[in-house]
Write a protein that binds this ligand. Sequence first.
Ligand SMILES: C/C(=N\NC(=N)NO)c1ccc(NC(=O)Nc2ccc(/C(C)=N/N/C(N)=N/O)cc2)cc1
Length: 318
Amino acid sequence: QSSLPTALQDKYVLTRRIGTGVCGEVRLAFERSTCRKLAVKIINKKNFQSEGTATRNAETEIQILQRVDHPCLIKTEDFYQTEDSYYIVLELMEGGELFHRVKSQQQLNEGVAKLYFYQMLCAVQYLHRNGIIHRDLKPENILLSSNEDTCLIKVTDFNQSRILEEAALMRTLCGTPSYLAPEVFTHASTTGYGLAVDAWSLGVLLFVCLSGYAPFHESFSENSVKEQIIRGEFTMVPSKWRRVSNQAKDVVRKLLVVDPTQRMSVDEALQHPWLQDQQMLQTARSLMYPEGEDALPAAAPSDAPVAASMEVESSTGE
Ligand SMILES: C/C(=N\NC(=N)NO)c1ccc(NC(=O)Nc2ccc(/C(C)=N/N/C(N)=N/O)cc2)cc1
């Protein structure tokens, strides 16, 4: 409770640390007026990044957090800052970080991995459609809404995120082109390769969910992890991948492509056969848009048996 802003303390009680990050920690908090449980991310300004970068990143992150609105993106309630820290008050994701879920279960069963991965794709597609690159997608930044396998996931931590400034590119193109590099004109420099970095990270995330281990690791080859990544040299250990379907492996292989212009995009991944799974899509939709059910006319009791039998059918249809 050292130099916590008094305004923050007036509204919330901060208790134990529930998460740690490179540039800060996450504390469990209670809103005094409602006793609601919340999470508070505390970001130290004087962390490894230079003063300027940390401040600029935090400003961008706060702008993004206030602007985005998607069921699979973390919702924030409040912001505070002192001269040495930022405080972001956000909804508490009771299931904690995906990182710990995968670690405790060794590897996720394929159906669960597909449900989580689909939601991640929806969240990142929304960001990309709004010209935002996340740039730091990893299991610590994917939060789970409950301790159930079937749960909502939310993407968090926009500290490394960038807003694609199309306007900046337009200004550049108005100037004299004679000194501009070719990639400034090609797709690569605008929405193209920039967004593709998130597709790569989603490939690593899916690899970890399906197998329980990281695709690029110093123990897999005499090459450094950086070398392995640059070469796209990943290893699918047979014992870990035996029960994983070929379609799931195909998604991973098409995302972990070194050339960003050849890499499958988030939009293309959403069209991949592995994700055309009606039962999973139905479950995801009911998690993401629960009010959607209320919008439907309440099924008359006579309809119930049909729905039940359809349920049985779809579960065997898997
Ligand atoms: C329920 C629970 N734990 N439950 C428990 N321990 N028993 O009860 C729990 C819940 C949530 C979390 N994590 C969590 O919430 N992370 C998180 C990480 C980053 C950010 C942000 C915005 N980052 N922005 C920046 N700039 N970062 O550097 C926000 C949240 C961990 C454990």
